[in-house]
Design a protein around this ligand. Structure first.
Ligand SMILES: CC1=C(/C=C/C(C)=C/C=C/C(C)=C/C=O)C(C)(C)CCC1
Ligand SMILES: [Fe+2]
Length: 299
């Protein structure tokens, strides 16, 4: 890329950068705002409206990639997906801290894919480690208390570990940023730069919601919709809607079942993140499988 032209940037980069700048400014000026329950509420609404739809296209992606053809195959795909997700929930219940650590590692791998076209694998790894580690660097206590809600008191160690990873990754991010600046890769430079700014000024949940809902999810959605022939787009969006609503109903049911056992913010947080972890495993396996398949197809 040559000189910076805003119009040449992907729409999600612009939307994310604008939201991150606004959030950093407002929270930088009024650092005490946003009670925790409000942050959790914001996270819940945004994840359902903007985050879930990007996984809701998985059945369509799987069919298109040839994982199944007939209705029976579709049923099998859905059952397999749910079974994998349930297995993750079970693993979380049995080994909450190991599950959390694995979730963080899998997520780093998954989020690194956001820069697949722009960065080399080692640069992507650093970017993803910084992405997840920075909240623990700048808001150690908040991240530790979220981890304790998700995985019990021992999870403070995971927050400390993540902080160390974040510190190293932040240091390693400097040369990556310099390289992208030298190569005039404005899109990545703006995205990573704004992530750092956001991590400094926004509490972890606000930081995550702005990244996940305004950068990660829209990027994946846009790429998938671009793959669909024009005539199929309506049915694609309808499918995303149905899957999102079905997931929402399930999540609400789980949250309602858990309700007698604790406080509302804690239950919402658990349902959201353990739910995200559960969905990420089949979602990522599918992405890996389709990528492999594409790589095997002779050009
Ligand atoms: C819980 C938590 C974090 C990690 C969230 C992760 C790891 C989410 C992964 C979601 C995925 C993989 C979605 C798939 O599309 C942060 C941001 C470190 C800090 C705040 C608390
Ligand atoms: Fe994703």
């Amino acid at each position: 890329m040559s000189a910076l032209r805003l119009k040449a940037l992907p729409p999600e980069t612009l939307g994310f950068a604008a939201a991150a700048a606004a959030a950093a400014l407002v929270l930088g000026l009024a650092p005490t705002a946003l009670p925790f329950a409000v942050q959790v509420g914001l996270l819940a609404v945004a994840v359902v409206v903007l985050g879930l739809p990007h996984g809701a296209l998985d059945a369509w992606i799987a069919r298109r990639a040839g994982l199944f053809e007939r209705p029976l195959g579709w049923i099998g795909f859905n059952l397999g997906y749910v079974a994998l997700a349930l297995a993750v929930v079970g693993a979380w219940w049995l080994f909450p801290i190991t599950a959390l650590v694995l979730f963080l590692m899998i997520s780093a791998w998954h989020f690194a894919g956001d820069w697949q076209d722009a960065l080399m694998p080692w640069q992507r790894m650093i970017a993803a480690a910084a992405l997840l580690g920075m909240p623990a660097v700048f808001y150690q206590a908040e991240v530790a208390s979220i981890f304790v809600v998700l995985s019990g008191p021992g999870a403070e160690v995971a927050a400390e570990g993540l902080r160390s990873v974040g510190l190293v990754a932040l240091g390693a991010l400097v040369p990556v940023l310099l390289m992208t600046a030298m190569k005039r890769q404005w899109t990545v430079l703006i995205e990573l730069g704004m992530l750092v700014l956001l991590a400094v000024f926004a509490p972890p949940l606000v930081y995550f919601v702005i990244y996940f809902c305004l950068l990660h999810s829209p990027r994946h959605l846009r790429a998938t919709i671009a793959l669909a022939p024009a005539g199929e787009r309506r049915s694609l969006i309808a499918q995303a809607l149905v899957y999102t609503l079905a997931t929402l109903v399930l999540a609400a049911l789980v949250a309602a079942l858990l309700l007698p056992s604790g406080d509302l913010s804690g239950i919402a947080l658990k349902t959201l993140f353990i739910g995200l972890a559960a969905l990420t495993v089949p979602h990522m396996l599918l992405m890996l499988w389709t990528e492999r398949k594409q790589a095997n197809v002779p050009a």
